[in-house]
Design a protein around this ligand. Structure first.
Ligand code: ADP
Ligand code: MG
Length: 240
């Protein structure tokens, strides 16, 4: 589904991504781990062109999305993204947060969009919060709404950038549960996370990134039990 060829990203003189080659198959849950500053967020942001790659190509279902003739907005619609900070619109209700893009970008009617939104709220167990404002919700609830908002666009792949890192510990589980359900339904996902339990349980593959490169990748089982690269061993030694 996603084919990344020789991806480089520089910010001025800072060479952040140094030649990433990777493929993501439909239905895979690819977990990305690695030290802070290794380029994990930049990698995800390049996938949906929130960052413009400096060099290299990204193909999505065979289309070269890094080609300047490509409609970036059309491509982005196919990829949902969930950030560490939930980024909900503070002055809009939960329902309005979820229906905004489907109405404005997809041209759905208000009624259609609300139907979709209520279905999603039901799925994540937050129907009763439809008229609430983000600040009236817990962090875990806000993040579940952010996931629902992304899903409302019917994306083909979901990108998660440390979705539980800013949550209080007791709220991590409810967000991971929504993500696990998505995975079980066959959603293609690329997930940057420090939740090694999630990686073990749900990940199809784990990529270890360091200094702008994918240094090692394998099944969760193999990477956690028999890491091969010294830097992977060192990193896992510090966090496990
Ligand atoms: P990670 O998510 O693994 O912690 P990031 O991709 O956020 O790493 O950052 C990798 C490096 O790129 C860091 O040194 C960071 O400071 C730098 N960086 C990220 N975004 C920008 C930007 N917009 N402008 C300049 N430097 C950036
Ligand atoms: Mg990051």
């Amino acid at each position: 589904m996603i084919h990344i060829k020789n991806l480089h990203k520089k910010f001025g003189d800072l060479h952040v991504l140094k030649g990433i080659n990777e493929e993501v198959q439909q239905g895979e849950v690819v977990v990305v781990i690695g030290p802070s500053g290794s380029g994990k967020s930049t990698f995800l942001r390049c996938l949906n062109l929130l960052e413009q790659p400096t060099e290299g190509e990204i193909f999505f279902n065979g289309d070269n999305i890094t080609d300047s003739h490509n409609d970036i907005n059309k491509q982005r619609e196919k990829m949902g993204m969930v950030f560490q900070q939930f980024n909900l619109f503070p002055h809009k209700t939960v329902l309005e947060n979820i229906t905004l893009a489907p109405i404005q970008v997809k041209g759905m009617t208000g009624t259609e969009a609300e139907e979709v939104a209520m279905g999603l709220l039901k799925r994540i167990g937050l129907v009763e919060k439809a008229k609430a404002y983000p600040k009236q919700l817990s962090g875990g609830q806000q993040q579940r709404i952010a996931i629902a908002r992304a899903l409302a666009m019917s994306p083909q792949v979901m990108l998660f950038d440390e979705p539980t890192s800013s949550l209080d510990p007791e709220m991590v589980g409810e967000v991971l549960d929504v993500m696990k359900e998505l995975a079980a339904e066959g959603m293609t996902m690329v997930v940057v996370t420090h939740e090694m339990g999630f990686a073990r349980q749900v990940g199809s593959r784990v990529l270890f990134m360091d200094e702008g490169l994918i240094v090692e990748q394998n099944t969760p089982q193999a990477i956690f039990n028999q890491p091969q690269h010294p830097r992977t061993k060192d990193f896992l030694g510090k966090i496990l």
